[in-house]
Design a protein around this ligand. Structure first.
Ligand code: SAM
Length: 378
């Protein structure tokens, strides 16, 4: 399943030529700025051996983790975002036939309609603005249906299937457009969409089955609050893509998913590195703040990796208040502060069709692939 190009030197790898859709688990849930699996596959092909311990400190939807498990490595991921961790857990589990069969069975099960109660929905701000009344009732019934499942793996797969449809059944125009538009969606439409989502999710889990082995460790934490003792190091390889300053708001993208699934979006909003609002409020953050956060990260990585471990980063430049920030140079300074030096670097072109970012805040037609290693004297 690995699509790396292991016999090529780093500079010879076709970083631009990635084709999507090969990894069946890639699309089990939308996720902004997700890796194409070619990136972790190629880095694993360059730097990993089976049995190695791989870390992604911003694991998002778990692309590095699935690639690492397929390459025979152990995998640890950290992400602030509970939806990211949910997707990563669902993706990285090694399911048995019976388990997948049981999950799929929910695509055909009746969903009991409960007496209308406002308990769950009353905690959701502007719920009547974003969700029709029948949609609210259906979502609430699905949430209660999921809560009744005894198996954690089953419950989380169903939560993932529900999360996939939340924006579609809301009045939000699309995943990346936050305007409310009128959609006529009835109770039965929501139930039908949930059933289809369960069936589709199961097909992807069947097709992309992760080989049996140790489970990935996934921590739903703020990376800036992680202590080395929280992790099962030492790690032999780090592959990650940090949140680019002022480029995106992961919490906003998943805000209503979090409310319906019982998570707290405000906790995420306050701690999210790089989130756009941090760069616009009074006393707003700057590129220097991001550099300090990355400096902190390199300190943590130094404490939890082996001296030989390559630290691989994928990052675009940012635009903050009209000024382009050279994130390759910024990461270089943050790394150098802990005795790391740039070993490999390339600029990968991103095909236009994958351009999910606003060009005013990120020149997202290219991204740097950077590999740092510890200097001899450090
Ligand atoms: C570029 S995305 C990673 C995408 C990932 N490579 C994938 O394939 O899905 C950056 C991630 O950093 C996470 N993040 C932002 N602030 C964080 C923080 N303070 N601690 C941990 N994770 C954070 C975001 O939730 C997001 O998932």
């Amino acid at each position: 399943m690995t699509r790396s190009q292991p016999n090529l030197a780093f500079a010879e790898i076709d970083w631009d030529g990635a084709s999507e859709g090969v990894e069946p688990l890639a699309t089990i849930h939308p996720y902004p700025a997700r890796f194409i699996s070619l990136i972790p596959d190629s880095l694993l092909g360059q730097f990993s051996k089976p049995g190695m311990n791989v870390l992604d400190p911003f694991c998002g939807s778990g692309t590095t983790l699935t690639s690492a498990l397929r390459a025979g490595c152990s995998a640890t991921g950290i992400d602030l975002h509970p939806i990211a961790c949910l997707i990563s857990r669902v993706k990285t589990r090694s399911y048995g036939d019976d388990e997948l069969h049981n999950i799929r069975a929910h695509a055909g099960m009746p969903i009991a309609s409960q007496v209308v109660s406002r308990d769950l929905v009353s905690a959701i701000p502007k719920v009547d603005h974003w969700f029709g009344l029948e949609v609210q009732q259906a979502l609430r019934d699905i949430v209660l249906h999921i809560e009744l499942c005894e198996s954690l793996n089953e419950r989380e797969a169903l939560m993932c299937a529900l999360s996939r449809i939340i924006v579609r059944v809301s009045r939000q125009e699309s995943d990346t457009r936050y305007a409310a538009i009128e959609k006529s969606i009835a109770y039965d439409d929501v139930i039908a969409q949930f059933r289809r989502s369960v069936a589709d999710l199961c097909s992807s889990l069947f097709a992309g089955r992760i080989p049996a082995g140790p489970e990935a460790m996934i921590l739903n934490r703020d990376i800036l609050g992680i202590e080395p003792s929280d992790l099962r190091g030492p790690f032999d390889l780090v592959i990650t893509s940090p949140p680019y300053p002022n480029a995106y708001e992961y919490w906003l993208y998943h805000k209503y998913r979090m409310y319906w699934l019982g998570y707290d979006p405000l906790f995420v909003r306050e701690r999210e590195i790089g989130a756009r609002p941090h760069y616009f409020k009074k006393n707003h953050q700057t590129a220097e703040d991001f550099e300090r956060q990355m400096h902190h990260l390199f300190g943590l990585l130094k404490a939890v990796t082996t001296p030989e471990a390559p630290l691989c980063f994928v990052i675009s430049d940012s635009i903050i208040h009209g000024v382009t920030v050279d994130n390759r140079a910024l990461m270089g300074r943050a790394a150098a502060g802990h005795g790391y030096r740039l070993k490999e670097a390339t600029l990968r072109r991103i095909p236009y069709t994958r351009k999910a970012f606003n060009p005013r805040v990120s020149p997202r037609n290219s991204e740097h692939v950077l590999v740092f290693e510890r200097g001899v004297a450090s």
